[in-house]
Design a protein around this ligand. Structure first.
Ligand SMILES: [Fe+2]
Ligand SMILES: [Fe+2]
Length: 474
């Protein structure tokens, strides 16, 4: 289970025994490092950062903490151990042995799935590359960099699969993953949410809470795959993903805590007064939440999708927690309800479940994401403030599927274009909101100090003290 760090590319897949593959990856490595230098965190090349590095894939204690110069981070290839005699447990091949190689007939679809997942990883690093310049504390700066290096490693995870199983096509895809750029007009990242900017730290915390959670659900679905190397790769990625969502949940929670503290001190909920005091008012937090939630649930794709049905039936991508569900895991003849607009109303429509599997995954995601919002509300409740945050209606601000062309309020009412336009600044961050949040972003680098708009964390990383030096700037 331990990882070999004596090789140029750390790995637990006996890379040294496959010279061709090793050479191909060693050729990709300098291109990756060039991409990191160009598109990774701004101005961070000389920083020594207190990072965790994977030393084993053993769930107990895989991480080792220590100072690392980020360009020297040991990105590598780590798969969860193989499960002996693993069987396919859903779809038309249910009961057959899991595949150790890519079946020819599924090659194109598997490649597409792996490339789409792989593309999100460098995209988020690109989206977040300027944030280090305005970090609210050393603690937060370190967490940002931890997320960034691990997203870089997730790219490695997908590129390994492409190189090992997809030959020349795979190597070309590996190069293209380093060439697309988040937000770029002529060569953008594949999925829209990964072309949006992450312009400030509130966006970053919302992104890591909501959008990294999309990552969790996609990875969970791929961890069920009949293609065993993909399942094992994504299982290990999930252990890293948990920290990203923690950064988001605790980050937003600390912003709320600080805002509530100011509301109680000043005995006001007046937005102008709170902004003058340098904290982020709860209505603005709600609008950021609405934005990130709606953009993220689009990532699950069209409500009805024949691709989703194919991916499931052919065993490429399962459901969230497939193994825990009690049905036939084949789903032919089952139905599921999706939302459609009929006669100016949102109504439920029953469709074959296989075609609705994107919607099934989206609904599982929504359930999971509400949990953290409830924990944020506990912070507000504890402060004695009667406001509550809420995820918007599933049909609000959608850009994909049957709900893409309809204007819906956060509480689920269908609106005319004019009604939407007159209200949208109450529901989504306005230019003024964004400018205000941006105005708060200033760099705090002294150990133990925090920007005024965010409360300190409950506990340090790896139980370090509050004034721990997480980053040596040199
Ligand atoms: Fe990732
Ligand atoms: Fe992540």
């Amino acid at each position: 289970m331990s990882i070999n760090y004596s090789e140029r590319i750390p790995n637990n897949v006996n890379l040294g025994e496959d010279r061709t593959l090793q050479r191909a990856l060693e050729q990709w490595q300098p291109n990756y490092l060039r991409w990191w230098a160009d598109m990774g965190p701004d101005d961070s090349q000389n920083f020594e950062v207190y990072l965790r590095t994977a030393v084993s894939v053993d769930p107990q204690g895989w991480a080792q903490f220590g100072y690392v110069k980020m360009p020297d981070y040991r990105w590598g290839i780590f798969l969860n151990p193989a499960e002996k005699d693993r069987k396919i447990h859903f779809g038309d091949h249910k009961g057959e042995a899991a595949w150790q190689d890519v079946p020819g007939e599924y090659r194109a679809n598997l490649r597409r799935i792996i490339v789409t997942q792989g593309d999100t990883e460098p995209a988020s690093v690109e989206q977040q590359r300027h944030l280090g310049l305005t970090a609210p504390s050393q603690y937060d700066l370190r967490n940002l960099f931890q997320v960034n290096v691990e997203e870089g490693r997730h790219l490695w995870a997908m590129v390994y699969l492409l190189h090992k199983f997809f030959g020349r096509d795979g190597r070309e895809e590996g190069e293209a993953l380093l060439q697309r750029r988040s937000g770029q007009q002529d060569n953008p990242r594949i999925l829209q949410a990964f072309n949006e900017e992450t312009p400030d730290w509130l966006s970053f915390f919302m992104f890591t809470y909501f959008t990294d959670r999309d990552g969790k659900f996609q990875l969970c679905a791929l961890a069920e795959s009949s293609f065993d190397p993909l399942a094992r790769t994504t299982k290990f990625m999930l252990t890293e993903e948990a920290h990203h969502m923690f950064v988001g949940e605790s980050g937003v929670s600390r912003v709320i805590q600080r805002t509530c503290q100011a509301m109680n001190e000043l005995k006001t909920d007046d937005v102008g007064k709170l902004r003058a005091a340098g904290v982020i008012d709860l209505p603005t937090l709600q609008r950021y939440l609405n934005f990130h939630f709606s953009v993220t649930i689009d990532l699950f794709g069209s409500d009805e999708s024949s691709n989703a049905a194919t991916f499931y039936s052919t065993g490429l991508k399962g459901r969230y927690e497939e193994g825990k569900r009690i049905d036939d895991h084949i789903l032919k003849g089952s139905t599921y309800k999706v939302l459609v607009v009929q006669g100016g109303q949102l109504v439920e429509k029953e469709v074959p479940m296989l075609n609705a599997l994107n919607e099934v995954l989206r609904d599982d995601y929504i359930k999971d994401s509400i949990g953290g919002v409830e924990r944020w509300n506990k912070v507000i409740e504890k402060a004695g403030i009667p406001v509550r945050l809420k995820v918007p209606h599933k049909a609000f601000h959608r850009n994909i599927g049957a709900l893409a062309n309809v204007k819906v309020s956060p509480d689920g009412r269908i609106l005319s274009e004019a009604e939407w336009q007159s209200q949208v600044d109450h529901w989504l961050p306005s230019a003024a909101d964004r400018a205000f949040v941006r105005s708060l972003m200033g760099r705090v680098v002294e150990p133990g100090k925090f920007a005024n708009w965010i409360a300190p964390p409950m506990i340090g990383i790896n139980r370090q003290p509050a004034d721990f030096e997480y980053v040596r700037f040199n």
